[in-house]
Design a protein around this ligand. Structure first.
Ligand code: ADP
Ligand code: MG
Length: 341
């Protein structure tokens, strides 16, 4: 391992170059969307890319470049097993059912009549979700059959924007401003910034032609996230918003210490990450009201590195606690270097 390529965008990409230099390796910052990307990667040993949920372009194209890079012989993060189901709760349903994970009952219909038949005999409330999204943006409660019928009409009609306009604006602005934040640069490049921004807005399609529903697990005032990175499992609890059933994106995170962590979830987390073959995996759990059994809601290969920094430590596979703050970028890089080719 000598030369490590890093796709230039997203928060992990800001941490990787310094860490790569620290290890005495060469870092090549690349634009993964350059027409010449495959040639640009020749001579590199690895490619790191923080595939972002906020970028429609990442969601559409990053996986292809990563797969092609792997074909070229590079080690990549995230690899195919890690990222193919990212930002796609339908893909996660199929995958998690196939490995027998304790996923909350989830239904995906691609046919309007089948969806209508299902909602006639279903028990309410039901949780409706889009395939993609984070921070509870695309998750809603359907209280009764009437609301479900309306949602079927929307999903098999005009659809729903995957990135709500407010969030799209925020994400587009962040991407346009990513590297250059000083005012004089902005004044000189104002047109380009606005152009990038509009381009990003237009790149987001409406989601339609399917409906995804999940059994509502009632009575949870928080969810618990387990983030597995290689042989380490981190855990945090997220309180729901006031008067709402949704925790993700509430910003009310509680980072657990050794004695507060639910070891059942650590065990399930390691098992799922292993069965999926993921280099890293964040899993969201709630609990059945009577039995307290953990139920999985969804997963993602990544979480914001700043949120991972705030954890108090991790459990390894032998349930030994390792206290301290750990950098997601560093762990991912280290695991990639250590992996048997
Ligand atoms: N089936 C469910 N039963 C109960 N609560 C749920 C269910 N699905 C989601 N939630 C709540 O909504 C939040 C967001 O749902 P999630 O599927 O994790 O979407 P996101 O991708 O936006 O994080 C979760 O953090 C959880 O608090
Ligand atoms: Mg979630």
């Amino acid at each position: 391992m000598n030369v490590i390529a890093v796709h230039e965008a997203s928060s992990l990409a800001q941490r990787w170059p310094g860490l790569i230099h620290e290890l005495g390796l060469e870092c090549r910052v690349v634009n993964g969307y350059a027409n010449s990307i495959i040639d640009d990667l020749r001579g590199c040993d690895a490619l790191l890319w923080h595939v972002s949920q906020d970028s429609a372009t990442d969601l559409r194209f990053a996986r292809s470049v990563l797969l092609a890079a792997a074909k070229l012989g590079l080690r990549v993060y995230p690899n195919h097993e890690t990222v193919w189901h990212f930002d796609d709760k339908a893909a996660q349903k199929y995958l998690l059912e196939s490995i027998g994970a304790p996923l909350a009952d989830t239904w995906v219909f691609h046919d309007r009549h089948e969806a209508l038949e299902f909602i006639e005999r279903a028990t309410y409330p039901l949780v409706w979700k889009l395939r993609g999204g984070a921070g509870s943006l695309n998750v809603r409660l359907l209280r009764d059959r009437d609301q479900a019928r309306k949602m079927v009409a929307v999903m098999f009609g005009k659809g729903v924007a995957a990135l709500p306009p407010g969030r799209a604006v925020q994400a587009a602005a962040a991407s346009a401003l990513q590297h250059k934040r000083d005012l004089s640069w902005l004044l000189r490049n104002g047109r380009r910034v606005i152009g990038t921004y509009l381009q990003r807005l237009r790149a987001t399609d409406a989601e339609r032609g399917y409906i995804l529903l999940q059994r509502f697990i009632e009575g949870n005032d928080h969810d618990v996230r387990v983030m597995v990175v290689g042989h380490r499992a981190f855990s945090s609890r997220r309180q729901v918003r006031r008067g709402d059933f949704r925790a993700s994106g509430s910003g009310q995170n509680i980072f657990l210490d050794e004695h507060e962590v639910d070891k059942r979830l650590i065990d399930i987390g390691f098992r799922i990450a292993r069965d999926v073959g993921a280099q890293s995996l964040a899993l969201d759990f709630v609990f059945e009201p009577v039995t307290d059994e953990p139920v999985l809601l969804e997963m993602s290969y990544v979480m914001p590195p700043k949120a991972l920094d705030a954890h108090k430590g991790y459990f390894d596979e032998a349930f030994v606690w390792h206290p301290g703050s750990y950098d997601l970028a560093r762990m991912v890089l280290q695991d990639l270097l250590d992996a048997t080719p």
